[in-house]
Design a protein around this ligand. Structure first.
Ligand code: ADP
Ligand code: MG
Ligand code: MG
Length: 209
């Protein structure tokens, strides 16, 4: 059984900050193909600021998630800052109470995060954005929760699905964000934001189980 707390969320956020730092040049290289070569540095700047938040100064998981979201919005210029910021803010409003983190609560929280990203960025599945990875993760998590799977199995299903969604962006033509300026020429390249989103869900699977 996993108990949700500011400490647990901090473990996840710090792990993700490390993963982002390790993958920063990879993410920036992906963004060089279809964007402006800054996705790795944008995410690294934001997550380094988030990783410096001390869990001891937050009363709950919810409070830390909200602060993490606001930190991303304020430190990251570029599309990804407000979108990831909204994701964490919505997680914070969904996961209101500490205590046992259930499969259903995790599925509801990432669905709320997805809804926030869509409200803000107006991307649909198939537009070649981070929404493609997250939508797959949300569907897999909801299905696993409905089937009564435990939290580790649900997180694992969400992580595999996010990777599938990320891979599917390769053949898509971009319709949102900078990559959309390339039109058909965006095809054949993996979306950087979908790649960082799959890394986030994979980190959740390791840290929240
Ligand atoms: P910028 O494009 O401003 O340089 P980043 O390079 O940090 O910002 O982030 C680019 C990523 O943001 C894209 O790969 C895509 O996944 C995501 N993205 C861009 N616009 C949108 C949008 N409207 N909705 C969802 N995701 C988006
Ligand atoms: Mg960019
Ligand atoms: Mg940019």
């Amino acid at each position: 059984m996993s108990d949700l707390s500011a400490q647990m969320i901090s473990t996840w956020l710090k792990d993700y900050a490390n993963v982002i730092n390790e993958n920063a040049s990879y993410l920036t290289d992906l963004d060089r193909q279809i964007g402006d070569a800054d996705h790795g540095s944008n995410m690294a700047r934001g997550m380094t600021a988030v990783a410096s938040l001390d869990p001891a100064s937050f009363a709950s998981a919810s409070a830390l998630l909200k602060k993490a979201g606001m930190t991303l919005v304020s430190t990251v210029g570029g599309a990804s800052g407000p979108l990831y910021g909204t994701f964490f803010l919505r997680l914070g409003t969904s996961l209101v109470e500490d205590g046992e983190l259930t499969s259903a609560a995790f599925a509801r929280a990432i669905k709320a995060g997805l809804d926030g990203i869509v409200a803000r960025g107006k991307a649909s599945p198939g537009d070649k954005t981070l929404v493609d990875a997250l939508t797959e993760a949300v569907q897999a998590a909801q299905q696993a929760a409905d089937q009564g799977k435990d939290l580790p199995a649900t997180l694992q299903a969400a992580s595999s699905a996010a990777e599938k969604g990320r891979d599917a962006t390769i053949d898509m033509v971009a319709r949102r964000g900078r990559a959309s300026y390339l039109g058909e020429r965006s095809k054949g390249h993996q979306d950087p934001g979908a790649t960082s989103m799959a890394l986030l869900i994979d980190s959740a699977a390791r840290c929240l189980a």
